[in-house]
Design a protein around this ligand. Sequence first.
Ligand SMILES: [Zn+2]
Length: 227
Amino acid sequence: MFRALLDMAFPTYCLTCHQSLDSQQQQLCLACEYALPINEYYKTPNQNPLIQRFTGRFEVKYAFSYLNFVNKGKTQKLLHELKYEGNQEIGEYLGQQFGKLLYENGFATAFDLIVPIPLHSSKLKQRGYNQVDNIAKGMAESLHIAWQADALIRTRANQQQAKQDKEGRLKNAEALFVVNEKTEIKGKNILLLDDMITSGATIEAAALPIIEAGCQTISIASLASAL
Ligand SMILES: [Zn+2]
């Protein structure tokens, strides 16, 4: 009753088609939820175009992506909401759905810890939240495993910012991420998570210190990928 009154006072709209939502739906209408461009890499997690990107770079056990990204498509709209409109709930919701998909397809015990790619502290201050944390929280809930926002520390704001002089090159060669000393990595099956994977350079930079810290296996998950 209260919720029904609330709906009348503050109607909510589907993020992608803008129809008004009933009280059961939080972010997307049912039609849009069913029409999400779900990626099927989870069916071939150790042999797909995403994992192939890392061949010869470092050893990836499984690679997953939840949504296919196309310009001006639903996924782009949802990522925009999450990153630039302050809609943290959509990240958590999509994370839950992503985690559920993995849980129901044989990966319930494949991982011990979800490690989200962190923002640099200056960027975190600016945005107020790390959108990858929202996804990690939702996934961890569905997979019944832990996640740790500060498992990694980002040492610089941007990988490409170093100038091409000698000093810049040296700076760029330093590690972009380090493992937080309070993170337990040794012997763990790590699921490294980002919101979007393009070249894979950020994921690689984040994976290297985790491997160095003695993880058992490392797998990769991206909320979205353009392929
Ligand atoms: Zn809709």
